[in-house]
Write a protein that binds this ligand. Structure first.
Ligand code: ADP
Ligand code: MG
Length: 332
């Protein structure tokens, strides 16, 4: 019901950037090759995520907006999660905190359909025009809860958070093309970030994507990290000790494709670079850990930014040795 949706919504959607994260993750789960995100006024008045993924069959559109309806998991398998989504909470939550519309054309369908939710009230299905994929639009986030609207920061700060979310997701998905536009003035708007879909070798693709996001200077000097132990694989790029960005904000970590911020990682990085800390306090890096989903717990927080290792010591040890090995190979 509407009240339960609003309570759950508060945990899933804190600000425009958290809505963007949920919507783009849905597009990634739908196997999109191109994802376009548009926002106006820091995402407060408009967020729109368009993808060319497999779409939602017309008869499942109302279901997609119901709480705990997910097409991705059957409930018996909560430990074995391969997709971003698994709770079926994002869309109903967004429908509770803003004016939500979903237009979709499922693969193989000969037309598209649209459904809207205002104040928790679902509309009837309407025919719509869309050649493929899904467009989700969220207008006037928190319009019905002025208290929460007041907690949002300036348009500039909220835009910054959206850009950060897109860059993190784009880093982990180099084979997907991303475009981010600020459409505050109306019309086509201004392209804020764009990364072409890469193809071919995954390491090359990742390298090209990192050059786009962390800069060509980083890409030209970064060490390639590639190690595996006890069922955890670690790949990515890390800066040389002599390379300096002078900030800790360029340390990106992903577990099974999910961006995570965790003490375990930052500690491991400090450990690996401990011999060089006088030269390089904040190495830049993008590391991707892949492991059996049962080795991690992603069910910690509704916003899913936290992933916990069942054995943090193992993860830490692997990261430290992979980085040290990379540094040693480069002669450090
Ligand atoms: P979850 O991602 O946890 O399953 P959501 O509320 O985010 O829950 O989405 C509900 C359902 O709607 C998904 O399980 C999926 O079937 C469908 N869906 C949402 N967004 C998309 C999309 N962009 N493309 C295809 N299907 C989608
Ligand atoms: Mg989802």
């Amino acid at each position: 019901d509407a009240a339960a949706n609003r309570i759950a919504a508060g945990e899933v959607v804190e600000r425009p950037a958290s809505a963007v994260k949920e919507l783009v993750e849905n597009a990634i789960d739908a196997k999109a090759r191109r994802i376009e995100v548009a926002y106006a006024d820091g995402g407060k008045t408009l967020l729109r995520v368009s993808d060319d993924g497999h779409g939602i069959p017309e008869d499942q559109l109302p279901l997609a907006l119901s709480r705990h309806a997910t097409s991705k998991i059957d409930g018996s398998d909560l430990l074995n999660i391969h997709t971003f989504g698994f709770r079926g909470e994002a869309l109903p939550s967004l429908g509770a905190v803003g004016r939500l519309s979903i237009t979709s054309r499922a693969e193989g369908a000969d037309s598209a359909a649209q459904i809207t939710v205002h104040g928790g009230e679902m509309s009837a299905l309407r025919p719509a025009a869309l050649s493929r994929g899904t467009v989700v639009e969220l207008r006037d986030l928190f319009h019905a809860t002025p208290a929460r609207l007041k907690f949002l920061r300036t348009d500039r700060a909220e835009s910054g958070a959206i850009i950060d979310v897109i860059k993190r997701l784009a880093m982990a998905e180099p084979m997907i093309g991303f475009t981010l536009r600020d459409v505050s003035g109306g019309g086509e708007g201004r392209v804020v970030f764009q990364a072409e879909a890469q193809s071919g070798d995954l390491f090359d693709a990742l390298h090209a994507r990192l050059a786009k996001i962390l800069g060509s200077d980083f890409a030209a000097n970064a060490l390639r990290i590639d190690a595996e132990r006890e069922g955890i694989a670690i790949t990515g790029f890390a800066s040389l000790p002599t390379y300096s960005r002078g900030s800790a904000t360029a340390q990106y970590m992903f577990v099974n494709g999910r961006p995570v911020r965790d003490k375990v990682f930052y500690g491991a990085i400090r450990g690996a670079y401990s011999d060089f800390l006088h030269r390089e306090r904040h190495p830049a890096l993008a590391l991707f850990l892949e492991c059996d989903p049962t080795l991690v717990d992603v069910n910690v927080h509704p916003a899913k930014s936290e992933v916990r290792f069942r054995d943090p010591g193992l993860a830490r040890g692997l990261i430290v040795s992979a980085l040290r090995h990379g540094l040693a190979e480069a002669g450090h």
